[in-house]
Write a protein that binds this ligand. Structure first.
Ligand code: 16G
Ligand code: MG
Length: 542
């Protein structure tokens, strides 16, 4: 390893020099900033992935993407062996390594090796992939040089969605028990399950969809998906990257925040449409009704659809597993009411960021988690999987119960349990709608969203905002929470919270209330209070 460290230092001072002094943080979704500022970070993350692989004695993943950010941004995140996010204690190690001066690299690497007790002779292996951003290919080669300089082996998967890379990592580290770590393996697993359960042409369900692929990797991958299921589902691809810019006026984030259809989709009443984000780990659905009114079916609507379906399957199988749902403060108040009172499924609320939802979902036998923005999946504990599998063969059950248990067992294969996956989530939604025989309108009828609004407020230092209670309350700056409470109390069904963004230099404001006008007004008023108490800059929201 000492030889490797020498080589790493030489390259750090020559080819992969740190060219700026901006500090970047390994945040909720890894490093994210302008693509041009990331070259040395990628080289160093290649080195760090090798060290992590040695510690875990397993293959580690690295994904190059900045998800829904603009095309000129980029990012990188490490994936732990079971396809989960990097353990949080390593986030600070990554941040330090990314930011130190070129001259300090050798010392820092030696510190990591000592502190983590790394066996230098342990072989290392890294899987990596990238999204379609113009800077991604170059950054991938910097990463590859970092891996090689540190003496690691690698497999470059080229262009994948983020959840596909997570899937590959889990496959290889479970001796392919989770599936084959190839694109074909991924599609074969998902589509075999889909094909078994899908009910074409059931009642109001129509087997056709329009997908906004955000001009990103989702387009390339959906073309591959179509090859597997074109006899079942008719998919029209829009924003497929052939002309528009990545995430520009399109994609799940745009549709969710703007609450309107993306550019490039001409909505016809009744047609189910959906948007991925830039790395296809999020999905939102929408449709226009006969009066051409736009209706959004966001992560909350997907979560309730999925939880309701799984609950029914469980009861039809005569199983009593502990099913729960995890949301964040962004979940629409109506969805939380519906889940608690109608579905009678326990709900937990956690801070924003996939890892928080994922960890909490692991506490249930079957944990459904979704952010309102459309990122989510379902986790089945080993106990749940075993119980369901046993139920398919349990002769004390009726044949109908065994059949429902088989169906549940097959559903597990349709779900990418490593992380939210737009392609897998879409197949799951389509499967559920086809089973119920529902169109989008029937799905939407479960509950009516409270009108809501999100705003950004630019402040001098967003870290002055501190939150508690899963981000639903602020503890600093002084007086902010009292001011929000006072504003909220003036609105019917009013609710509002603010939090510093983890991915952008802004404070986010969320508000909901009984009417569109009131939600907009409450958001602006809360935004103005943030501006006044937290050092607002630029335009005041009111
Ligand atoms: C990241 C998170 C996402 C979260 C979003 C919030 C992951 C993989 N992604 O994209 O879960 O909703 O950040 O962004 O954790 P914000 O902090 O800027 O509001
Ligand atoms: Mg994403």
């Amino acid at each position: 390893m000492q030889k490797n460290i020498q080589l790493i230092c030489t390259l750090s001072k020559s080819k992969f020099k740190k060219k700026h002094s901006k500090v970047i943080q390994y945040g909720t979704a890894g490093f994210r900033t302008k693509g041009e500022d990331l070259e040395h970070v990628l080289f160093r993350m290649g080195v760090l992935a090798v060290l992590r692989s040695k510690v875990k004695k397993a293959t580690i993943g690295v994904m190059i993407t900045a998800s829904h950010n603009p095309e000129e941004d980029n990012g990188v995140k490490l994936v732990d062996p079971m396809g989960e996010m990097l353990e949080s204690s390593w986030e600070s190690i990554a941040t330090k390594l990314a930011n130190i001066n070129d001259d300090d690299i050798a010392a820092e690497l030696n510190t990591i090796i000592q502190q983590e007790n790394i066996d230098e002779n342990q072989p290392a292996n890294v899987f990596f992939a990238r999204d379609t951003r113009p800077s991604s290919e170059h950054l991938a080669s910097a990463l590859q040089e970092g891996i090689t300089a540190a003496g690691g082996n690698f497999q470059n998967f080229g262009l994948l969605t983020t959840p596909q890379l997570h899937y590959m990592v889990r496959c290889i580290n479970t001796n392919n028990n989770y599936g084959q770590p190839t694109e074909d393996g991924y599609y074969n697993k998902l589509t075999a399950a889909f094909r078994t359960l899908y009910k074409q042409g059931n009642k109001n369900y129509k087997a056709s969809l329009v997908i906004d692929a955000a001009n990103g990797i989702g387009a390339i991958q959906t073309k591959l998906l179509i090859l597997h299921i074109k006899d079942l589902l008719h998919i029209e691809l829009r924003n497929d990257g052939s002309s528009g810019r990545l995430n520009h006026e399109c994609g799940a984030d745009y549709v969710k925040v703007q609450q309107k259809p993306p550019a490039g989709i001409d909505m016809k009443p009744g047609t189910r449409c959906l948007s991925y984000d830039g790395d296809a780990d999020r999905i939102v659905y929408y449709y226009a009704d006969k009066d051409n009114t736009f209706h959004l079916l966001d992560g909350d609507k997907i979560a309730t659809l999925v939880a309701g379906y799984l609950k029914n399957l469980m009861s039809d199988s005569g199983l009593t597993l502990n099913l729960g749902l995890v949301q964040t403060a962004y979940a629409n108040g109506s969805s939380t009411d519906y889940i608690t009172n109608k579905l009678q499924v326990p709900v937990a609320c956690v801070p924003t960021g996939v890892k928080h939802l994922h960890h909490r979902a692991l506490e249930f036998d079957i944990g459904v988690y979704f952010e309102a923005n459309g990122h989510g999946t379902v986790l089945f504990s080993d106990k749940a999987t075993q119980t369901i599998s046993n139920a398919t063969k349990d002769t004390s059950k009726t044949e109908a119960q065994r059949k429902s248990a088989s169906c549940l067992l097959t559903v597990i294969d349709l779900i990418n349990q490593t992380v939210g996956d737009a392609i897998s989530d879409m197949l799951l939604v389509e499967l559920i709608l086809s089973t119920q025989g529902w169109d989008a309108e029937q799905w939407n009828q479960a509950y009516i969203d409270l009108p809501n609004r999100q705003l950004k407020v630019k402040v001098k230092d967003r870290s002055v905002i501190q939150t508690t209670d899963a981000e639903r309350k602020t503890t600093a700056p002084a007086g902010l929470q009292e001011a929000i409470d006072k504003l909220v109390s003036g609105y019917l069904k009013g609710r509002s919270f603010v939090r510093p963004s983890g991915t952008e230099d802004v404070v986010r404001v969320y508000a909901e209330a009984d009417t569109r006008v009131n939600a907009d007004k409450l958001a602006a008023e809360v935004g103005a209070v943030v501006y006044d108490l937290a050092g607002g800059q630029g335009e005041r929201p009111l």
